[in-house]
Design a protein around this ligand. Structure first.
Ligand code: NAD
Ligand code: LMR
Length: 332
């Protein structure tokens, strides 16, 4: 067996972590033969709950889990880690937009950026899940200047999975028969779920999704708003934000970063923009990426029509506004 990887999950006493920790510890993310050391970060008032989670992890008797380190100290949690799942943050409640969480959550990511900078490995791979995920990831990276910007990302895989599942249900085919759905922009209601380049396997033949769906009006309207508003619908129904599906998407995101994407396929993740597809530089924008050797690369050359351009710019504008708000809060 190889050396253990050291992995931190923040918000470890919360809803998402409860599903995510099991998935990581049983090998879904880093491989079924990869030993793991888990560090679990939460805040002091949650210490008792965190200890309960530690007991349950122990009671799972997982072969890969070598050690569990619960802590309320960021520098203990991030010491020499290879991967970070930054989940810990306040979730929104019914009637809120995710950016309403900026004031409450952004300082968590400023502080954790600083701690990562000081004690984590410079190769650490960071996925930010806590909302507003894109802007939190941007701030985290800003306060960790010694770690490459490419090592920070935010979760839009849940939106991708939602979009893929909607198309599969519409066509009556398995989820695995739909690929290359794209989420552009912010993990918010301005995101642009784009299936213009997606593929579906229908009756054994691979066809472009628009050709298979045969309903442009559905793809430009109902499909779009269903995916954009899905998080809010789950909150309305559960009175809590999505947790099982968020944990699954988080695991998908890191697994693909760790092991790479398959063949010609791509996945969407929020990454630091340097201007690709005419998007402003210096925001965390969700793009289609291919991954090899733990390095992501934005898929180039996809055709962008007027409809897509407008949607992509709208969500970029929101991210620029969030960045300005976040910087103001951080400078206070
Ligand atoms: P939760 O309230 O169940 O758990 C959050 C945990 O974070 C709590 O245990 C809390 O004590 C902890 N926490 C708060 N501040 C912390 C800090 N400074 N350091 C470490 N831990 C801290 O919430 P949840 O349902 O697990 O959701 C967590 C976050 O993920 C929310 O912001 C939610 O909106 C977001 N989310 C994002 C996506 C996505 O796709 N990006 C999907 C679902 C949820
Ligand atoms: C989601 O998409 O389910 C999460 O971001 C939670 C939320 O606030 O919508």
């Amino acid at each position: 067996m190889s050396e253990p990887v050291k992995v931190c999950v923040t918000g470890a006493a919360g809803q998402i972590a409860y599903s995510l920790l099991y998935s990581i510890a049983k090998g879904d993310v880093f491989g079924s033969d990869q030993p793991i050391i888990l560090t679990l970060l939460d805040i002091a008032p949650m210490e008792g709950v965190l200890n309960g989670v530690v007991m349950e992890l122990m009671d799972c008797a997982m072969p890969l889990l070598k050690e569990v380190i619960p802590t309320c100290d960021e520098k203990v949690a991030f010491k020499d880690i290879d991967a970070a799942f930054l989940v810990g943050a306040m979730p929104r409640r019914e009637g809120m937009e995710r950016k309403d969480l900026l004031a409450a959550n952004i300082k968590i990511f400023k502080s954790q950026g600083g701690a990562l900078d000081t004690v984590a490995k410079k190769t650490v791979k960071v996925v930010v899940v806590g909302n507003p995920a894109n802007t939190n990831a941007l701030i985290c990276s800003k306060y960790a200047p010694s770690i490459p910007k490419e090592n920070f990302s935010c979760l839009t895989r849940l939106d991708q999975n939602r979009a893929q599942a909607q198309i599969a249900a519409r066509l009556g085919i398995p989820n695995s028969a739909v690929s290359n759905v794209i989420i552009w922009g912010n993990h918010s209601s301005t995101q642009f779920p784009d299936v213009r380049h997606a593929k579906a396997i229908v009756n054994g033949k691979t066809v472009p999704v628009p050709e298979a769906v045969k309903d442009d009006n559905y793809l430009k309207n109902e499909f779009l708003t269903t995916v954009q508003k899905r998080g809010g619908e789950v909150i309305k129904a559960r009175k809590l934000s999505s947790a099982m599906s968020a944990a699954k998407a988080t695991a998908d995101h890191m697994r693909d970063w760790w092991f790479g994407t398959q063949g010609d396929n791509w996945v969407s993740m929020g990454v630091f923009s340097t201007g690709a597809y005419g998007i402003p530089e210096g925001i965390m924008y969700s793009y289609p990426v291919r991954i090899a050797n733990k390095q992501w690369k934005i898929v180039e050359g996809l055709e962008i029509n007027d409809f897509a351009r407008e949607k992509m710019d709208l969500t970029a504008k929101e991210l620029c506004e969030e960045r300005a708000m976040a910087e103001e809060i951080c400078n206070q």
